[in-house]
Design a protein around this ligand. Structure first.
Ligand code: TMP
Ligand code: ASP
Length: 236
């Protein structure tokens, strides 16, 4: 499959067309943004970490019966994926209080929930990705009732699989954001990425943050955290 024109450039990735109309190539950048795009920087090596880790996790999820966009890793930064229309919902699952949950509801970080929480944001940069509920998503025709039920079941399944997997690496999966897309035939698949950009990972023993919060909060040790997660997943 041959890369042709660039279709899109986002904050962390570029997307290219290919000579196969059903496949696109995603290219991961080292660029990082946070705080709604106000904070900009680069994290050396992030593109390669996120590409390889996301692909590994998508393959693991496929084995567990979760349909994803993954097709083939092409090199350190580039992956062939099925072309989808992204459903404009950021789907967030939380196991432990942190981030905007802790802030919005005025609680400390680190409260372990009895059951995972599930929420949507409207993926819309101009509106700053506002929180919305299922009836809002339906009213805005962002997805159908059936799609929302599918997305919710898939997201909770992803949580079960990844929570158990990361625990074997000594990492607690605190929360994460997923995006879903529709294939040409309407099938809903897991898309975008699963990486330290889109998940919170805390070391199970020390509680040390091993994710993008180190960048968001100017904590230092950002590259080290990404490399440590890479080491836990792939060894060496
Ligand atoms: P939050 O606590 O800021 O709402 O973030 C919840 C999870 O979603 C966290 O793991 C980080 C991830 N996330 C993204 O992937 N992209 C975003 O734009 C935001 C705000 C959060
Ligand atoms: N990437 C998002 C932004 O630019 C937010 C984040 O991951 O914190 O706002």
């Amino acid at each position: 499959m041959k890369k042709t024109e660039q279709l899109y450039e986002g904050k962390a990735k570029k997307v290219y067309a290919t000579d196969d109309d059903s496949i696109v190539i995603v290219s991961y950048k080292d660029d990082a943004t946070a705080l709604d795009g106000l904070k900009k920087g680069t994290i050396a090596g992030k593109g390669a970490v996120n590409n390889r880790m996301s692909n590994y996790l998508m393959r693991l999820l496929e084995k567990e019966g979760v349909k994803t966009h993954y097709v083939q890793e092409l090199n350190d930064r580039e992956t062939a994926v099925k072309k989808v229309k992204i459903i404009p919902l950021e789907v967030i699952v939380r196991n432990v209080s942190a981030g905007s949950f802790a802030k919005r509801y005025g609680v400390e970080e680190g409260i372990i929930f009895d059951e995972p929480t599930f929420e949507f944001s409207y993926k819309n940069d101009e509106l700053h990705d506002p929180l919305l509920n299922e009836s809002h998503a339906l009213a805005l025709k962002l997805a159908t009732k059936e799609e929302i039920a599918t997305i919710k079941a898939m997201a909770l399944k992803v949580n079960e699989v990844l929570k158990a997997y990361f625990l074997t690496l000594g990492v607690k999966l605190i929360d994460f954001k997923l995006e879903f897309g529709r294939l040409a035939d309407g099938t809903v698949v897991l898309a975008d990425e699963i990486s330290p950009d889109t998940c919170r990972f805390w070391d199970a023993k020390t509680g040390e943050k091993l994710d993008k919060d180190r960048f968001r909060r100017d904590m230092g040790g950002v590259e080290e955290a990404y490399n440590e997660m890479m080491r836990r997943v792939f060894g060496n």
